[in-house]
Design a protein around this ligand. Structure first.
Ligand SMILES: [Zn+2]
Length: 287
């Protein structure tokens, strides 16, 4: 190694050491990529996500629906979880999301390619899914290219639309704010004992750079207000969310063994979380 190369190597090493934390953060928090045992939530609804990135499988006799696809790098984990439960990954027919952020759609392109499933997205998030995050109102348009692999959307969903497969009906609730097309899903899940109304909630977390009247999303404050009100009034028996931490999966289920739908009836934490988010709303938008 001559002097010049040694100098260059030092610069590269220094740059790497400086930037290394960002390479790690490109794939997000450690809990996002930690494996998680899949399990049945209730009836034909299963948790197949990672430790914190919640992905839900709704199985039917005519194929399955997957809600949230995690990161590109966690696709093998999700696939293994689906197969560990005894289902075929290629039987997934419909792909849905809670919101077009890379921690929920990063794996969408790969899973779509592996399964050939139809991608159905809230019409306000569809452009973001199709341009890999470039039109995201907070993270997009900063010249850094796609944040995830763009995916062509097969069906645009509007508030109240029903997604059907094999006798299952999922009602999409448009819950904008966190992204313009963030959404929740309501469905009836039946087991041997009873029918549960299940809410897969998209909690309206307000990100730091959000401002009322911002050019990329002038009505952001009104949308958050609408979503908070909608989530406070929706009726359900069981609830889960896009991140395991949001519905206290690991605290509530520490000692769980076997089948326990009642562990998801935690209305107390649901109300507490919405209360906190409402306080954040007042802090941010002042009313
Ligand atoms: Zn997000």
């Amino acid at each position: 190694m001559n002097f010049r190369n040694g100098y260059l190597a030092t610069i590269i090493l220094a740059a790497y050491l400086l930037l290394a934390p960002y390479f790690v953060s490109a794939e997000g928090k450690v809990e996002w990529s930690k494996p998680q045992q899949p399990f049945c939530i209730a009836g034909n609804l299963y948790y197949v996500g990672t430790y914190d990135l919640a992905c839900y499988l709704v199985t039917t006799s005519e194929g399955h629906i997957l809600i949230n696809e995690g990161l590109d790098s966690t696709v093998p984990m999700i696939r293994a979880n689906v197969e560990r439960l005894g289902f075929k990954f290629t039987d997934i027919k419909i792909l849905l999301i809670s919101q077009a952020h890379f921690d929920h759609v990063g794996g969408l392109a790969k899973i779509q390619a592996l399964t050939g499933a139809k991608v159905m997205i809230d019409k306000m998030d569809a452009p973001v899914v199709e341009d890999g995050g470039n039109s995201d109102y907070l993270f997009g348009g900063k010249g850094r290219g796609s944040m995830f692999k763009p995916v062509k959307v097969d069906r645009l969903l509007s508030d109240g639309d029903i997604v059907t497969l094999g006798g299952m009906q999922l009602k999409m609730l448009h819950h904008p704010g966190h992204t313009k097309g963030a959404c929740s899903y309501l469905m009836d899940i039946v087991d041997k004992k009873r029918t549960y109304k299940v809410l897969i909630a998209n909690m309206p977390t307000i990100l730091d750079d959000t401002k009322a009247g911002m050019a990329t999303y002038p009505n952001v404050d009104k949308d958050f207000a609408y979503t908070l009100h909608s989530l406070k009034t929706v009726k359900f028996d069981l609830w889960v969310a896009a991140h395991a931490s949001q519905f206290y999966l690991h605290e509530n289920h520490k000692d769980r063994k076997g089948y326990h739908p009642e562990l998801f009836m935690d209305k107390k934490h649901y109300d507490e979380e919405l209360k906190e988010l409402s306080q954040d709303y007042v802090k941010k938008f002042g009313r």
